[in-house]
Design a binder for this molecule. Structure first.
Ligand code: MN
Length: 399
């Protein structure tokens, strides 16, 4: 289906195009997605991808058109570094990124892995300094200046992020970001490490960082309050130019901004022109679900099994006439499919449709009899499957 045909099937809220709504929204010219399924996603408790699985996911991410792939944290293990190397050698269009602590030897390792960009980070909150880093802010600041400059001198695109930024004192953030920018950082990262900020405060923080430096800002957000996506949308509106996502939103604890939801919301609701091959999104979601062992919930937005499923008689009757009645976007936009199911909420339209597809006609009384039996079985079993349906049809029509 071409773009115009697809657009004709999109029926979103009309208030989105209201002048006063539109004029309140400002988006950066270029938004970069750096997907971290292979790094933060893999840090989901219990998840470990093999090198082969990582390569397969990286290829699929590249195929859908992801700008940047965070391939791993090479210092974690030899195997991890080997996976990163393999992905970097794959000749993908996407830039390959790695996570790295503020150490020269980790910069050397990134260079040796052949990646395009390094994501240097260090915690900035007092909680992390006191209980984890156990060194002074002065020492940290000196290390930022040293390692960012060193990374640049080694020819790496260099991003510097503060970890736990949203719980860090602004004076500290300002010092750290200024040091990184002065040392030549190409990107400054804000992280909501434990997912504890809301959209309005994140917007404020992005604007604050923007006010001290022209270096592009990235945001890495966790979903502990279920607000990662809303925070990402607020963050880009405040001027953040790079966003971490993961496929299916996997990652530490409640996970990260889900890739598909962010892209489709930006594209469909905010009218931002991304160049993703969105029809492969469902495939990508299934691949990551398979390799991570984490099932996609049936009600997962956009890619879940139920998103284009209809059972209730009223909905099915309307959807059969025009799917837009109960769907704002067509399933093919993300490679999902429509699914009309039978159960206790079914109505005669669905029964008639299934019969007529097989060239079977039935009287009104027979239809109602079939429907009653479908509803009764649905009450007991939930969904009524195809074989059960046809058994009911046989029993009624041969009577
Ligand atoms: Mn994280």
């Amino acid at each position: 289906m071409n773009k115009r045909e697809l657009e004709k099937k999109i029926h979103i809220s009309r208030y989105i195009s209201h002048d006063s709504v539109r004029s309140s929204i400002e988006l950066p010219e270029k938004i970069i997605i750096y997907d971290s399924t292979l790094r933060d996603g893999e840090q989901t408790p219990g998840v470990s991808f093999t090198s082969h699985q990582k390569l397969e996911i990286a290829r699929k991410l590249d195929e859908v058109g992801i700008d940047q792939i965070e391939a791993g944290f090479p210092v974690v293990s030899k195997e991890e570094a080997n996976s990163v190397r393999a992905i970097a050698n794959e000749g993908l269009d996407a830039d390959i990124l790695v996570l790295s602590r503020l150490r020269r030897e980790e910069v050397d390792l990134a260079v040796e892995c052949g990646v395009d960009m390094i994501l240097l980070f260090i915690a900035a909150s007092e909680l992390h300094r006191k209980y984890k880093l156990k060194c002074s802010y002065d020492e940290i600041e000196a290390r930022i200046s040293d390692v960012v400059a060193y990374s640049k001198s080694q020819g790496l695109q260099t991003s510097f992020s503060t970890e736990d930024s949203t719980r860090a004192d602004w004076k500290i953030l300002k010092r750290f970001y200024t040091a990184a920018a002065e040392a030549g950082a190409d990107r400054l990262g804000i992280t909501d490490t434990v997912g504890c900020i809301h959209p309005e405060a994140l917007r404020f923080l992005v604007q604050k960082v923007k006010s001290i430096s022209p270096v592009p800002i990235s945001i890495h957000l966790h979903n502990d309050f279920g607000l990662a996506l809303a925070n990402a949308l607020a963050g880009v509106q405040a001027g953040a130019r790079a966003v971490t996502t993961t496929v299916n939103g996997i990652g530490e604890r409640a996970g990260n901004v889900p890739l598909v939801e962010f892209v489709i919301a930006m594209q469909v609701l905010y009218g931002y022109e991304f160049k993703f091959n969105t029809s492969k999104f469902k495939e990508l979601s299934e691949l990551v679900s398979r390799h991570s062992g984490i099932p996609v919930p049936v009600n997962q937005p956009l890619v879940g099994k139920n998103i284009f499923s209809h059972e209730s008689g009223i909905h099915v009757a309307a959807v059969l006439k025009n799917p837009a009645t109960y769907e704002s976007i067509p399933p093919e936009l993300i490679g999902n499919e429509r699914n009309l199911t039978l159960g206790k909420h079914s109505g005669t339209h669905m029964i008639e449709k299934k019969l007529s597809e097989q060239g079977i006609s039935a009287t009104t009384i027979e239809l109602e009899d079939i429907l009653e039996k479908v509803k009764n079985l649905g009450e007991i079993n939930g969904e009524v499957g195809d074989s059960e349906f046809w058994a009911i049809v046989d029993s009624v029509l041969t009577r």
